[in-house]
Write a protein that binds this ligand. Structure first.
Ligand SMILES: Cc1cc2nc3c(=O)[nH]c(=O)nc-3n(C[C@H](O)[C@H](O)[C@H](O)COP(=O)(O)OP(=O)(O)OC[C@H]3O[C@@H](n4cnc5c(N)ncnc54)[C@H](O)[C@@H]3O)c2cc1C
Length: 415
């Protein structure tokens, strides 16, 4: 889809219309600004890298953002509520439970298929917003000066150039836009691969999300409709390669060995898809006339299911700053002061979530007996220590870490 004619000069050009970039486009759509969205792969294509076969665990804060954006009604019917979270360590005694009801919450969050989220976001964009969509289209080159950015766009073999005040890098972990602005990204390979699939256990999941730490990495089971569960099985690389060749029975046998029989026997398994895991962290969240959001800013291990939730808070904050400043005359969406506010707002939340996620992976990967003992004690202590549970629940509502909560996450629409 590519609209023709009209202006080629924008306030904001978003590169990448995946989970985070498309959400930003929907958030900016009602603000009366000239916004372009450039996405390489149509949202319902089999090769779409963001809206693929994964499911995403959404925090309550993220659900509220999607609701305020008018997107939640498009996914609600296929969203599965998480009532409790159960954390355990294979071969050890300690475990912890967090119960939404005990925390005074209706849910700890919801699980949503990525494809459904893509359909809901893109149907909002296609239903007559003013956002100019270039898709399928790729950014070929970027040049910038003090006043604007020139973005080369190639669609169906034809090249065009658009100009914009602000470019948003929402083009994922390998962000070419981030590189074009000279921002380095540090990357640490976890030497692990997450094998994602769907399983059907004998017993109903009861809307409990399970996180189980095993010697080779964490195993997560997220509740889905029809009694099924999403399985995220983290394995070292060599074992993951092998696991992709196992028969369904062999694969389920291994899952059973690691997870145990809390949900009875695993009866069926779907198609398996491997995701190599690394921590990627951009050195900054803006540079020149570029704001960096979502995976382009930070690619996380999925252990705590926080990557998209964090990316949504990136765009909710950026959209709010833009909404507040747009009445200034003259308005410049790429002004240094605006981007400095964005950097400052995101710093604590981003730093905290990256440290928490990376710390969790390291803590539960350690072969040291003393560390293993401590985490066993830690899980037991967590289970009987209400303030720790309440702190984690606040994270789920988007109010964690003392960071300012964006309006969209409080249910306040941007106008
Ligand atoms: C196995 C796994 C499970 C996960 N589970 C969870 C979870 O439960 N909860 C959670 O919060 N997070 C989860 N995450 C993290 C979440 O998937 C990411 O945070 C999210 O996908 C980031 O979205 P994004 O739009 O920033 O980047 P991406 O999803 O990488 O999207 C980037 C988009 O940019 C486009 N693009 C790239 N280059 C160009 C270009 N040059 N021109 C035009 N378009 C371009 C791509 O086609 C793509 O659509 C998980 C991640 C993994 C790997």
């Amino acid at each position: 889809m590519m609209s023709d004619g009209g202006t080629q000069d924008f306030d904001i050009a978003i590169v990448g219309g995946g989970m985070v970039g498309a959400s930003l486009a929907v958030a900016l759509a009602p603000l009366g600004l000239k916004v372009a969205l450039i996405e390489a792969v149509v949202h319902d294509s089999a090769s779409q890298p963001s809206f693929d076969e994964r499911t995403t665990a959404l925090s309550n804060g993220s659900c509220r953002i999607l609701e305020t954006l008018g997107v939640w009604s498009g996914v609600e019917a296929v969203a599965t509520l998480i009532r409790k979270i159960h954390v355990s360590d294979q071969g050890r005694f300690g475990f912890a439970r967090i119960d939404a009801a005990e925390q005074g919450l209706a849910a700890m969050g919801y699980v949503v298929p990525n494809r459904a989220l893509g359909a809901a976001l893109w149907s909002r964009l296609e239903a007559g917003t003013d956002v100019r969509v270039y898709c399928p289209a790729e950014v070929s080159c970027i040049t910038t000066d003090e006043r604007r950015v020139n973005v080369g766009v190639v669609a169906a073999g034809a090249a065009t150039t658009i100009t914009t005040r602000l470019v948003v890098a929402a083009d994922g972990v390998q962000s070419a836009v981030r590189s074009a602005f000279g921002v380095d990204a540090e990357s640490r390979d976890y030497e692990q691969t997450a094998v994602i699939t769907t399983v059907l256990p004998q017993r109903f999941h009861g809307h409990v999300a399970y996180e189980r730490f095993t010697d080779s990495g964490p195993l997560a089971l997220l509740p889905l409709e029809g009694g099924r569960c999403t399985l995220v099985l983290t394995l070292n690389k060599a074992t993951a390669d092998l696991a992709m060749t196992w028969s369904d029975a062999e694969f389920l046998g291994e899952v059973q060995r690691r997870f145990g029989f809390r949900l009875g026997r695993f009866l069926k398994v779907g198609r398996r898809v491997p995701y190599p895991l690394a921590l990627t962290r951009a050195a900054r969240t803006s540079a020149g006339r570029c704001a960096i959001v979502g995976n382009a800013a930070q690619g996380l291990h999925p252990v705590a299911g926080m990557g998209f939730n964090l990316g949504l808070r990136d765009i909710a904050s950026l959209a709010e700053i833009i909404a507040e400043r747009r009445h200034e005359s003259p308005f410049d969406a790429g002004a240094p002061r605006l981007l400095a506010d964005y950097d400052a707002w995101r710093a604590a939340d981003r730093g905290g979530v990256i440290a928490f996620t990376d710390g969790l992976v390291r803590l539960f990967s350690s072969p040291l007996r003393v560390v293993q003992g401590l985490r066993n004690a830690g899980l037991l202590a967590f289970d009987v220590f209400p303030p720790a549970k309440a702190a984690l629940s606040r994270l789920s509502t988007g109010a964690g870490g003392g960071a300012r909560v964006p309006k969209l996450a409080r249910g306040v629409a941007l106008r």
